[in-house]
Design a protein around this ligand. Sequence first.
Ligand SMILES: *Cc1c(COP(=O)(O)O)cnc(C)c1O
Length: 372
Amino acid sequence: MQVPLLDLTLQYREVADDVMDALRGVVEEQRFILGPVVDRFEEEMAGKLGVRHAVGCASGTDALLLAVRALGVEKGEEVVTSPFTFFATAGAIHNAGARPVFADIEPDTFNLDPAAAEAAVTGRTRAVMPVHLFGQMADMRAFRALGDRRGFAVIEDAAQAVGARQRDGDGWITTGTLGDACCFSFFPTKNLGAFGDAGMIVTNDDGVAERLRKLRVHGGRQMYHHEEVGFNSRLDALQAAVLSAKLPYLDRWSEARRRNAAFYDEALAGVEGITPPVVRPGNESIVNQYTLRVLDGRRDALGEFLKERGVGSSVYYPVPLDRQECFAYLGYRPGQFPESERASREVLSLPIFPELTEGQLAHVAESVKGFF
Ligand SMILES: *Cc1c(COP(=O)(O)O)cnc(C)c1O
């Protein structure tokens, strides 16, 4: 039996009619840059998340870059973030002219540890950037409190967590509720995926929203009048059409991922040698990845074993960002972020996409058990 890590053709079959109609609409109008289709998707996302503003842009990476700039982080100022994340998190901070400062992660959720983040704050810190890794929100109340206490911005990297929620008293908070800006990616492998690159920033701050709308069109409110040097980073109207058509399906897809995760949790409970992913009480993950820890240095061997049985798996992420050659200038030494390094040695993500059949899920679980 073959179980790929991800098969997007199955999702496409479900949405093909809706998506192709939406694409045809854009092509017939020939309005490809911003315009009504982009406006509509921005309104839909703002409504879904309960935030005042949503600003589409070209990718999740650009969303982070634009957010750092829009929040007024200046050259040489510092943004505290996780070393255990996709490269873009710190790459965007660097490209905005700021300095990435790393702090270690919490071993259960793999998310940035608020206490470690606070310990990394200096007089030059202008923002903290928690990442909602693998679909589970970081401890946003703690990061909001930290930002308020120290007087700097909270920028959420929610590239993997669109629609994730967290209990707050009797209600819920979601991505974008507490951050000064919250960044999404619609890269095809995310829970809400475009047909190419696309991204978005949401914010409740009118001034930040206005600056973002300027920055994505070369830094000018009015054509040919530039108050600052911005970027060319718009959400493509064709991608907005795809995303609008898919948005009504998103919660069902995330629910199916949670069901698949529950299947694995039960099937793999008690297997010696692995730790299944932990979702903290009060968190509702969208399970962008289902990521095990494999103990005793056997991670790569398990990956090979699964491959022989037709099961796809992948390591997110094998090299912490403080260990990347391009960040040698930051001067970190091996061993400074032990939890991040341990995670990079132990993690293995299994197939979790919504369309997996029960037979496939059982085959994956049996294969993992078979290895041990
Ligand atoms: C995917 C991702 C990004 C970058 O998004 P792109 O749309 O690929 O540019 C940033 N941060 C995290 C955590 C991601 O997973």
